[in-house]
Structure formats: C-alpha cells, structure tokens
Design a protein around this ligand. Structure first.
Ligand code: DQA
Length: 152
C-alpha cells in the first residue's frame, strides 16, 4: 500500500483562543474542535495530519524547518504574523514545500492592515473566509497535488 501523505498544519498566535475570541468573526467552536475536525477528515481521507499551534514566531519557524524531509505539505494559518512576519515568509521559502495559507475569516473584508499578507507570496495559494472548512479544502488540494505528481 502506498504511504500516507503527511501534512503539517500550523496555527499561529491566538488561534488557541477560538471559541472565546471574537466569536462573531471566528465562530463559537473551540481550537480543540478545529483539531478534531482536521484529524477526523485526515483519517477519513487516508492522510496523516499533525496539527500544531504556537503563539511564538520562533517556534512556528522551527515547525516549518522540521517539515522539510518529514512532511509532504504544509497548511498554515499564521494569525496576525501573516501581516508582518518576513521571518515566517523566509522559512516557507527555505523549505519550499507545497503550502496553503488558510484564514478562517475573510481578511479582505476586515481592517486594512489585514489586507496584506507577507507570507502568502511564499505559499502555493491562499484560502480565506471559508471558516474551518478552509483547512479541509486545503487538505483536498494538497492530497490532489500528491496524486497528480505521482501520475506524472
Ligand atoms: C486570521 C486572520 C488574522 O488577521 C488574525 O490576526 C488572526 C486569524 C484568520 O484565521 O482569519 O489571528 O488568520
């Protein structure tokens, strides 16, 4: 049997506060609910997903470095670091893995400072505003990519 695709899911600062923070924007489901959603979907689809969260930039960079050689793709929601972390941008460029940036909220409908992502140019693509489903759609994309490249 073919080996399972391995995806690292990285959530940045304040995402551990889901269900508590700005529920009108992020919804009432908790971070544990998000983890369970991703893990169940991965299991149903034959994907091995590791779901990580950190409030510190350096730790997120260490996660990204660890993905190299150990994972086939990355899903990252860098939280507010999206808007100013050149260090996370450079880490993503360094490992050069298929990567999808996910935002739960539609950042383009919100404050101006959220309209700019400095990390998205280091990613394959971005999903914003589709709630928790964005993570599942990102998994669909990455697993489709792996299947396509196996065919070629
Ligand atoms: C977010 C959007 C960011 O602007 C914000 O700082 C977050 C969450 C989202 O998932 O919608 O922490 O990345």
């Amino acid at each position: 049997m073919a080996e399972k695709m391995k995806i690292m899911v990285i959530n940045g600062p304040n995402l551990n506060m889901l269900g508590v923070r700005e529920v009108g924007i992020y919804g009432s489901e908790s971070y544990a609910d998000l983890e369970a959603l991703i893990e169940n979907y991965a299991n149903e689809n034959g994907i091995e997903a590791t779901v990580l969260q950190s409030n510190s930039e350096g730790e997120i960079i260490d996660f990204i470095h660890h993905a190299l050689g150990n994972y086939d793709g990355i899903i990252i929601n860098p939280g507010a670091y999206t808007h100013y972390s050149y260090a996370i941008h450079d880490a993503l460029i360094s490992v050069n893995l298929p990567t999808v940036e996910v935002h739960i909220s539609n950042v383009y409908k919100r404050e101006e400072f959220r309209h700019k992502s400095v990390t998205a140019p280091a990613c394959t693509g971005q999903i914003a505003g589709l709630g928790f489903r964005g993570y599942l759609l990102a998994m669909d994309y990455l697993s489709g990519e792996a299947t396509d490249s196996a065919k070629n």
